[in-house]
Design a protein around this ligand. Structure first.
Ligand code: NAD
Ligand code: TDX
Length: 332
């Protein structure tokens, strides 16, 4: 039995990972989460008391971090400010949490010799042209576009430096866009599903031609557990499930699944600096560590996700009006 500290475990992907670990291993999990607007304890309901502890705290708080890391066998670091649109509005929390928070965790891992896995994003690589035959790989140069992705890139570079300079036992993964239950309604897919439930037309930034490479959160979790178990220290692994779709296709699919006409959406003001396309080549993870995704049918996964938001209005309702007011003020 390992003792894991999972930062950001009350968020979308972190909570999925906590449930995944409890189901698939004998490990004990301590979640360290600040419960910002994005954290929700309801996402962690039903976990066995003897294998799960929740600590409310900030990853920039060195004393809290040190106490938890000193007792852990491994840290899996999900906590972040995660939304590009928020980072364009107010970048400062992104610097604090994503940069200083990661630094604080790395220093604790260094002091205590604790295994560290850093969760990152494909956005650190910038974007691709729509017709580029290449996809991102572990050797693609960093070229982030937004305050969010630049702070994630900065945090990745800190991890690499702490491995090389101080021998920290760390791995990094960069994953593509996740979807599934428990995602905050500020994000693209849950925003459009909950819009339709509320009788609001889905909102597409610009022409809707931007491409994202969708992966189910459950497949992200199985990949991270694989890297934690078998990953080579100092290495980076890209995580993706060959799920490229443009935003217009996704909106049309949501409308179809929800019984609406396929043109019942609005074009709204585009995102500043909007990355055109992300696409992941996950050959290294698949060939070296033997991982493969289970959710290969995006339409079926999306249908399940629509059902989940219909059935769990109490989980998202309190956030919806504030999120829509934020977007409306920006013409989105
Ligand atoms: P999220 O916004 O849903 O959750 C973030 C969690 O971190 C929340 O529970 C929040 O309370 C917590 N948190 C924020 N600041 C904190 C702080 N200072 N101290 C402690 N806890 C804090 O995010 P998510 O979508 O689940 O993303 C999780 C991680 O995965 C992030 O590192 C993100 O960069 C990465 N990632 C996300 C995606 C995606 O598609 N969502 C894709 C690739 C990588
Ligand atoms: O209302 C919307 N309309 C729209 O067209 C919203 C909220 C988004 N979009 C577009 C912007 C993007 O092209 O949809 C696409 C997806 O947007 P987001 O859900 O905001 O995700 P993205 O910016 O691609 O970043 C996500 O994936 C990578 C996560 O939020 C990041 O944390 C992760 O690193």
């Amino acid at each position: 039995m390992r003792r894991l500290v999972v930062t950001g475990g009350a968020g979308f992907i972190g909570s999925n990972f906590v449930h995944h670990v409890i189901e698939h291993t004998g490990d004990h999990v301590t979640v360290l989460d600040k419960l910002t607007y994005a954290g929700n304890l309801a996402s962690l309901e039903g976990l066995p008391e003897d294998r799960f502890t929740f600590v409310r705290g900030d990853i920039t708080d060195a004393s809290v971090v040190d106490a938890l890391v000193s007792e852990a066998d491994a840290v899996v670091h999900y906590a972040a400010e995660s939304h590009n649109d928020n980072s364009l509005h107010d970048p400062r929390p992104f610097l604090d949490t994503n940069i200083i928070g990661t630094y604080t965790l790395l220093e604790a891992a260094r002091r205590h010799g604790t295994r560290f896995h850093h969760i990152s994003t494909d956005e650190v690589y910038g974007d691709l042209e729509l017709d580029d035959p290449e996809r991102f790989s572990e050797s693609t140069p960093y070229n982030p576009s937004s305050p969010y992705s630049s702070t994630k890139a900065g945090s990745d570079l800190l991890v690499r430096a702490w491995v090389r300079s101080f021998g920290v036992q760390a791995t990094i993964s960069n994953c593509s866009n996740n979807y599934g239950p428990y995602q905050h309604v500020e994000k693209f897919i849950p925003r459009q599903i909950t819009n339709v439930i509320r009788g609001i037309r889905p909102k597409l930034y610009g022409a809707g031609e931007n491409v994202r490479d969708w992966i189910h959160a459950e497949d992200h979790s199985s990949a991270v557990l694989t890297i934690l178990d078998k990953g080579v220290i100092g290495e980076t692994y890209l995580i993706g499930a060959d799920g490229e779709k443009n935003n217009l296709e996704v909106v049309e699919l949501i409308l179809d699944l929800m019984g609406q006409p396929s043109d019942a959406y609005d074009h709204v003001t585009d995102r500043a600096g909007h990355d055109l396309r992300y696409a992941i080549d996950s050959t290294k993870l698949r060939s070296e560590l033997g991982w493969s995704p289970k959710f290969r049918d995006f339409e079926a996964g999306l249908a399940d996700t629509v059902r989940w938001y219909r059935d769990h209005e109490s989980w998202w309702a309190s956030a919806k009006d504030g999120v829509e007011a934020f977007y409306a003020a920006k013409g989105q």
